[in-house]
Write a protein that binds this ligand. Sequence first.
Ligand code: MN
Length: 232
Amino acid sequence: MRDTLFTLPEQIAIPVQGQQAAYPVGRIFCVGRNYAAHAAEMGHEVDREAPFYFTKSAPNAVLTGATVRYLPGTEDFHHEMELAVAIGKPVFRATSAQAWDAVYAYGCALDMTRRDLQIRERNKQRPWDLGKDLEAGAVFAPLTLAADWSPRDDTRIQLSVNGEIRQDATLSELIWKIDEIISYLSGYYHLRPGDLILTGTPAGVGPVQAGDVIEGGIDGLQPVIFTLAGAE
Ligand code: MN
């Protein structure tokens, strides 16, 4: 292999429950407005328009337990608790059955957001990158194999800040279900192992402050924990 001029940050890999090998993070896709009550709190009508996606860069992923400084360039840094789906085999233009079959594992994840910049850019019809693709802006808990866990309508998804519940919903509220999200996305990308999809956040998103401990949980999955230190 050709020598490179410098070394990039090491790619992170997410531990998988019961497995020796970890799951390396390739691409990170996120679904927007996928819980009705969250769409409403963001000022949008809820409809069955096709799902929409944005991405986060893999080097911006961190593992649960991380402590991160309050981000520069925002005065409204928000938590979003989400169910992450890890793809385990190549899939393109997937049917529902192929989509389910492509799921390797599930996990808790946080889609951290500079809300002030996301909304400012959205209102100017500009891309969301400054609001969404943040250093340490995607936080992952250890994954659980799809063979060991399945999403159910009554599966609870919650987030607390310093022990106080801020987000509390069930997966029944997902507008687009897991297979639909994968099927639709696979019409635009050749999905492959390493691809992670964050499936959207329920209502109750809100700001976090330096010193806060953010903990997200989904029934039956490992929790995701993130601590915010002071600003640089
Ligand atoms: Mn989100």
